[in-house]
Design a protein around this ligand. Structure first.
Ligand code: AMP
Length: 282
């Protein structure tokens, strides 16, 4: 398996193996890989000639220093997970110095307001960090298609907006949420939960499913109140936000329109571990 720790070496290698017709599939990650990441890799491998996975815990997208410090890192285990999908995948695992060249700050973006809701509201600066690193990675890898998980739906909309505004020649492919047996969305952060917390966290998806059915005959506001009450009953979970929003604009649904697509978004703390999930309501 080819592994690169620096951008120049990766770019040189890619240009040496690329032909005019070859497609490059790219899966950006922060490591601590799980089956959700592997499902993105599998789709990339099926659809492209050359495949690159990046592992980079991007400091500028963490608003909470403790979250950054405790973020799980295990490159050796990650390499094995990538090899399970294909030994031909190229791994790019750059250092912070290589990506930021001494200035670990993010560029400031205008994502037409998408950045101010939900994750943006509770994690100030998060999407500037995401935009900065994804743009840099795209410039290095130059992918034909890049694969992102629906779990981070707001991130997908942000990345699409960044691609559109910068006229980048890449197609963004959105992949379904891979879940554990109890339907908890797989996440690198799940490793920080105790077994019992991990088991109990299945309630997050269960509540989303019930909210979806409530939303058929109730307003967004009534549905949100019901969700808040459910979490108040449960002492081990602290709801940060539950929001029903327009899928396109991410603006809050104050009134239902028949021709719009809606989605529920949730962020919940289990002890100090922050989990997010989402579900389409149409
Ligand atoms: P991360 O390493 O958390 O930054 O995630 C890297 C990519 O994997 C992002 O596009 C995520 O949305 C995606 N991803 C994370 N968890 C899952 C999951 N459970 N199912 C599918 N994709 C996921």
């Amino acid at each position: 398996m080819q592994i690169f720790y620096g951008k120049v070496a990766l770019m040189e290698y890619l240009s040496s193996i690329k032909t005019t017709n070859s497609s490059i599939g790219f899966v950006p990650t922060m490591g601590a890989l799980h089956k959700g990441h592997q499902s993105l890799m599998l789709q990339s491998v099926k659809e492209n000639d050359i495949n690159v996975v990046s592992i980079f815990v991007n400091p500028t997208q963490f608003n909470n220093p403790e979250d950054l410090e405790k973020y799980p890192r295990n490159l050796e285990a990650d390499i094995l997970k990538i090899q399970e999908i294909s030994p031909d995948i190229i791994l790019f695992a750059p250092t912070v110095e290589d990506m930021y060249e001494g200035k670990t700050v993010s560029q400031s973006f205008d994502f037409d307001g998408l950045e101010n809701k939900m994750e943006g509201q509770f994690r100030p600066g998060h999407f500037d960090g995401v935009g900065t690193i994804v743009k840099r990675l795209f410039e290095i890898v130059n992918p034909t298609k890049a694969y992102f998980g629906e779990k981070d739906f707001q991130q997908v909309q942000i990345v699409k907006k960044m691609v559109e505004k910068n006229h980048l020649p890449v197609t963004i492919v959105v992949c379904p949420i891979y879940r554990e047996i109890n339907n908890l969305a797989m996440s690198s952060r799940n490793e920080r939960l105790t077994l019992q917390e991990r088991e109990e966290a299945g309630i997050i998806h269960k509540i989303l499913i019930e909210a979806k059915s409530k939303f058929i005959s109730n307003s967004a506001q009534k549905t949100s109140e019901w969700v808040k009450n459910e979490f108040e009953k449960n002492k081990n979970f602290t709801l940060e936000y539950f929001e029903i929003a327009d899928e396109e604009t991410l603006s809050t649904c104050n009134r239902k329109y028949k021709n719009k697509k809606y989605r529920a978004f949730i962020a919940v703390f289990v002890n100090n571990v922050r989990l997010i999930d989402t579900i389409s309501l149409n």
